[in-house]
Ligand binder design. Structure first.
Ligand SMILES: Cc1ncc(COP(=O)(O)O)c(C=O)c1O
Length: 450
């Protein structure tokens, strides 16, 4: 059904996918069903099989191309199978795949400097690990060891990982098991100026949301805390952008209570927000610990905790080790990602193309009442769907229909927010304006068909 509209056409590309010669879709489905954990969930009524990628596009086993508007869950930063990244990874694979940090290797050392050079102030010491959950786990440990305090403040609607300890930082019942977690973690209200009590036009919104942290410290903790975790923009929670000054006030209360401030840049880092290289810079703060993953490695298992020399020292008191952390191949890729980001001016691209995309979303909001809110920075964006703009009743089922229809039309986007009513559009940072025109056409068609 397309109501007489033209079917949206993907922008042309020179890339030709290879002929796929692996097991069939049905065979893969059967192998997964029999041999992989049932905990793996898939997107779409009929899951997609993706077998190839090139820059902002991915291909299924039949060679059908899709625009990847979700970037492998906000992980493909510079582009799928970017030629320079592949070349650097291949060179390293040909030479030495693994050694561990018990021996010197040049790449981890050079990469540590390159990453530290991207950080403000004395955030100059890197600990490389493999995933965002591991990075946050380590940040919790460092915060507690450094301060000698135990309690940690996190935010409702946050996602910081699914490991046993980070599940406690995460604050969505959908991601929490009935299992002991959250030891000493307390959740302040989410600074969500669309759904929360203080709206976007309220100049005091940031201060009011932050006051809940002060209240929590006074009433729920011994008065001292180890640290405060916040994403720069809540990702899984549905692209929640904090009101101005929120983190500034929040960090003030946490530091007064002896805590350190941890910013989770797993989704927002590396220029994705366009305005700055790190999401926290838009809030005018400098964290004490920054955790990063996903886009740092453009798909390689690489993550990092970057902190000050004093905080980093805490882990030298005992043996602490991570077998794959700082692996030469991952670090070669991490270095190459930083080079490509700079050379191809991808942060600037996020600002420019992301701004154009947000304008397109605002146009959709004018046209369709179901669009309750559009928000984001750069190429970190969300569209929240509601049944009624005054009650803000989540339009979860409609969101699913738009998301499913977008896929049929060749566009993959994410879904998020506690109610699953936020379309999350966070594509590779090499997205073009022509791609955005396609995204808007597809969403326009899908909303029009509701
Ligand atoms: C903000 C944030 N932090 C941490 C994580 C956990 O990362 P990982 O899945 O690599 O453990 C995620 C994953 O989605 C995330 O979005």
């Amino acid at each position: 059904m397309n109501n007489g509209r033209q079917t949206p056409q993907l922008p042309p590309t020179d890339h030709r996918p290879k002929a796929y010669g692996g097991p069939s879709y049905e065979e893969v489905a059967d192998l997964r069903r029999r041999y992989l954990t049932p905990a793996l969930f898939t997107y779409y009524k009929k899951p997609l099989m993706i077998v190839e990628g090139y820059m902002q596009y991915v291909y299924n086993e039949k060679g059908r191309r899709y625009l990847d508007g979700f970037g492998g869950i906000v992980t493909i930063s510079v582009g799928h199978s970017h030629p320079y990244i592949l070349e650097k990874a291949r060179q390293q694979l040909d030479t030495l795949q693994h050694s561990t940090t018990i021996y010197y290797h040049p790449t981890i050392a050079e990469y540590g400097k390159m990453l530290a050079d991207k950080m403000p102030g004395d955030l100059s010491v890197c600990y490389f690990v493999n995933s965002g959950s591991e990075a946050n786990d380590l940040a919790m440990l460092m915060a507690r060891l450094y301060t000698g305090n135990y309690d940690i403040i996190s935010l409702r609607n946050a996602y910081h990982g699914g490991s046993a300890s980070t599940m406690g930082l995460t604050a969505h019942s959908t991601w929490k098991f009935n299992y002991p977690h959250s030891f000493g973690v307390h959740h302040a209200i989410a600074p969500d100026s669309y759904r929360g009590p203080w709206g976007r036009n309220d100049p005091e919104a940031g201060a009011n949301y932050a006051a809940d942290i002060k209240n929590l410290i006074q009433h729920v903790t011994p008065g001292n805390v180890a640290g405060f975790f916040a994403e720069a923009i809540q990702g899984v929670g549905g692209c929640v952008v904090y009101p101005d000054n929120y983190l500034k006030d929040a960090y003030g209360y946490v530091r007064e209570a002896g805590g350190v401030c941890i910013c989770d840049e797993v989704q927002t880092g590396f220029g994705r927000t366009g305005e700055a290289f790190w999401g926290f810079e838009s809030q005018g703060v400098q964290p004490d610990i920054v955790t990063m993953a996903k886009g740092i490695g453009n798909g390689a298992p690489l993550a990092a905790v970057v902190t000050t020399p004093d905080i980093a020292k805490t882990l030298a008191a005992r043996i602490h080790f991570n077998t794959f952390g700082g692996n030469p191949v991952s670090c070669a890729i991490g270095k190459a990602v930083l080079e490509v980001l700079e050379r191809e001016k991808l942060q600037q691209n996020c600002l420019y193309v992301g701004g154009y995309m947000l304008d397109g979303f605002k146009g959709l909001m004018e046209k369709y009442d179901i669009v309750g809110d559009v928000r984001g920075k750069g190429l970190m964006t969300g569209i929240e769907l509601v049944k009624d703009r005054s009650t803000k009743e989540p339009a979860t089922e409609e969101c699913e229909r738009v998301w499913e229809r977008a896929k049929d039309l060749g566009l993959l986007v994410g879904k998020g927010g506690f109610f699953g009513n936020v379309l999350r559009i966070k594509p590779p940072m090499c997205l073009t304006k022509q791609d955005v025109d396609f995204i808007i056409e597809v969403l326009d068609a899908a909303f029009g068909e509701l």
